[in-house]
Design a protein around this ligand. Structure first.
Ligand code: 1GP
Length: 241
């Protein structure tokens, strides 16, 4: 129990940084998994996140089972919806979209997922999820029907993250949105990190080693990258162990 979270905390306590590769079941062909994971295994990636905003029923489970054939890295669900829950993964980010005010994404979907979760042995990691404005409409904004927090509203961003911690959430995820044109600015990451006593995840729009390093340097404990690997698997070569 709580192994994934404990491992994350332990790594952070040694001042080491984490990288999760996000795989969207809607975009990854099952036949391509083995080659993709073989490259991933040779990279500095420490975690695999699986999830997407529009995924067909059963696809997530199939994908997780296939991934598990080729790697020992922890597979953590990053679900866009209740149907993406599968006990074939190791853990689930139990995301509450605290930047928005849509009750469904604050608590409704969570209540709806309980019977499913109780039937699994998944490690549930309560995570405060903050969508930050990125200049374009993202899937999270479209599907959740919530507005992101403006980049300039630094105080609102830090207070929202801290409120998540006060509510007992175990991690905070700053999200620019999948395929964002710009990653979250270093200043935002720094300010949020200064406020928090829990791990900080940052994702959205990170496409180069420089941007990955910049997010880590600014204070992200775990960076999430999806689109850059979807578009160009050769990116793994720049991130070799
Ligand atoms: C999206 O934060 C993740 O939810 C990753 O974003 O696909 O832009 O890397 P990218």
């Amino acid at each position: 129990m709580n192994k994934c979270y404990r491992d994350i905390q332990e790594t952070i306590s040694k001042s080491e940084k984490l990288l999760a590769v996000l795989i969207d079941p809607d975009k990854m062909q099952i036949e391509s998994v083995s080659a993709f994971i073989s490259k991933l295994n040779q990279s500095i990636a420490t975690h695999i996140f699986v999830g997407g905003s529009e995924v067909e029923n059963g696809m997530t489970e199939r994908l997780v089972m296939e991934i598990k054939k080729y790697t020992k890295l922890p597979v953590i669900l990053f679900p866009g919806d209740v149907i993406q829950i599968t006990d074939k993964a190791d853990a689930i980010l139990f995301l509450s979209l605290i930047s928005g005010r849509n009750p469904d994404y604050l608590i409704g979907k969570h209540v709806a997922s309980v019977s499913k979760l109780k039937a699994t042995r998944l490690e549930v990691i309560p995570t405060g999820y903050l969508l930050i404005e990125n200049g374009k409409m993202t899937s999270v904004e479209r599907i959740s029907k919530t507005k992101p927090i403006k980049r300039s509203a630094l105080h609102t961003i830090t207070d929202t993250a801290k409120a998540g911690e006060f509510l007992g959430m175990k991690m905070i995820y700053l999200e620019a949105g999948s395929g964002a044109t710009h990653p979250i600015e270093a200043e935002i990451i720094q300010k949020v990190k200064q406020e928090l006593n829990i791990p900080l995840i940052v994702g959205g729009g990170i496409r180069s080693k420089e941007e990955l390093n910049a997010a880590h340097k600014a204070g992200a404990d775990l960076v999430v990258i999806g689109t850059a690997f979807e578009e160009n698997e050769a990116f793994f070569n720049e991130l070799k162990k």
